[in-house]
Design a protein around this ligand. Structure first.
Ligand SMILES: Cc1cc2nc3c(=O)[nH]c(=O)nc-3n(C[C@H](O)[C@H](O)[C@H](O)COP(=O)(O)O)c2cc1C
Length: 177
């Protein structure tokens, strides 16, 4: 798909068909997303691809207090686990990725969302989540951090590609030359 077309098609989809996302496709999406850049190339995250029956029981973890009701229709999820900060020594300097981890996670989520759409799998990046519930679901310690979840599936038939609502270019961008 041409890049602009992909950017216009990728949207937060909130109505899905019953068609399951194939495990091989989920793996391919994660493999492509691994190409995302990250500070000092630390890749401070791990992805958990959840499909099939497991996806049905996962949805509740992003539906706390009645949020994201639409997620019950999703047939797959990719959970991003945030890993510990690292540092590297470059000559005299010690560089840590600590302050950049949220950026890295966001970039990874964007790669996942775009790779999925490019493979015909619709999705929605989800920030509202129950991290303790996710930890329990994955059998990880309560202290584990899960900053974002990407909910995936095939859009319901007739689900429209919405026109993008974005700030005026002049307000969002300043060009200096
Ligand atoms: C970090 C982040 C968290 C988000 N969390 C949610 C969420 O919990 N529930 C939801 O329905 N949409 C969520 N969204 C989707 C945004 O609402 C959506 O990206 C925005 O309105 C722009 O619409 P579009 O994605 O269709 O272009 C999130 C998006 C991002 C980037």
């Amino acid at each position: 798909m041409e890049l602009k077309e992909l950017f216009l098609k990728r949207q937060s989809t909130r109505e899905y068909s019953d068609r399951p996302v194939e495990t091989d496709k989920l793996k391919k999406i994660c493999e492509l997303a691994q190409l995302a850049p990250s500070a000092i190339n630390a890749q401070p995250y791990k992805m958990y691809a959840i499909a099939g029956g497991k996806a049905k029981s996962f949805a509740k973890n992003i539906q706390k207090d009645g949020a994201n009701e639409w997620a019950s229709g999703c047939t797959a999820f990719i959970v991003i686990e945030q890993l510990e900060a690292r540092s590297v020594t470059r000559g005299e300097r010690v560089i840590t990725n600590a302050e950049f981890i949220p950026n890295d996670v966001g970039i990874l989520a964007a790669y996942i969302a775009l790779a999925a759409e490019d493979m015909g799998v619709q999705n929605c990046i989800v920030g509202l989540r129950d991290e303790k519930g996710i930890a329990e679901f994955l059998g990880l310690p309560e202290t584990a951090r899960f900053p974002l979840v990407i909910a995936l599936g095939y859009a319901a038939e007739g689900y429209p590609v919405r026109e993008k609502r974005r700030r005026d270019f002049e307000k969002a961008v300043t060009v200096l030359e």
